[in-house]
Design a protein. Sequence first.
Length: 334
Amino acid sequence: MIIQSIKLINFRNHSTYTLDCNNNTSLILGNNGCGKTSVLEAIYISTRGKSFRATDPDILKHGKDFYRIELHYKSGENVITTYDGQTKTFTILDKKTKRLPQKNKYPVVLFLPSDLNLISHSPSRRREYFDRIFSEFDEKYSTNLSRYEKTLKQRNELLKNEYLTKDSLFSWNLLLAKYGIELYNYRKKFTEEINSKITATYHSIAENQDVVSIIYKTEPSLTSEQSYLEQLETNFDKDHYIGHTSFGIHRDDYIFNFNNKPANGSASRGETRSIILALKFIEAELINTKLHKKPIILLDDVFSELDSKRRHHLVENFKDNQVIITSVEEIKSE
């Protein structure tokens, strides 16, 4: 067991709520809309430093001027997160910071009902999903992604200037190419690692001989920092006209293939769910391998979306982890 307890004050619809984790598996029961997901969100903020679904003003309970999260680890470490309506701070050993320090972050595998639709979601949703899990593997990925997004935002703002010249974008192009190619290399590497495991992991769930893979789809000319820079400069007139950057890794996608065909359209609903389960299992395995820590598993109302066979595989695969589950009904052991 990693987390001992968590307490929420003025967090979404909770005036106050405490979850005591007495076992490796904790079940949060309640009807839809009662705030079960908010508890997982609070755990995620305390362990990863930010929400997986909203900004702090959205999280603050209506009519209140602050929220507070108190996370107590079994090791004795405490993380106190407060938001005063303007600034969020993390307090650890009486030291306050505006960002959760990397050394105080703990890896998490988050399973949301929407993840079961990942294959049919938009490219931006898939990028967001993989960005989140790749950031768990490597802090450098998260840092580069943040820098890339800030640079892209600044470049796009400049492109809206009617009198912008090509030369005035050069320094921003350099930065975008630098961070972009670094992210490209990370994405390529991590996708290859997932592909080396996903078919075998899928077989352990579905018990058949289907073949699964993920195709990392990026710009054809994106091969080096220099080619990235040249393409940005070539696209200047187009980008200036449309007011945003039309080339780069912010347009990437991840295509799921099932027996050498796009899974979206060829895989059944059950097969799709098995693919996503396999992906989650690999995520937990890679975190354990790379960080030498067993991640906390947060499962948000996914049991109602899975049949008994897949429920069994989910429980069996994560039996050695701390698991916190939300559900609208009691979960019977298989």
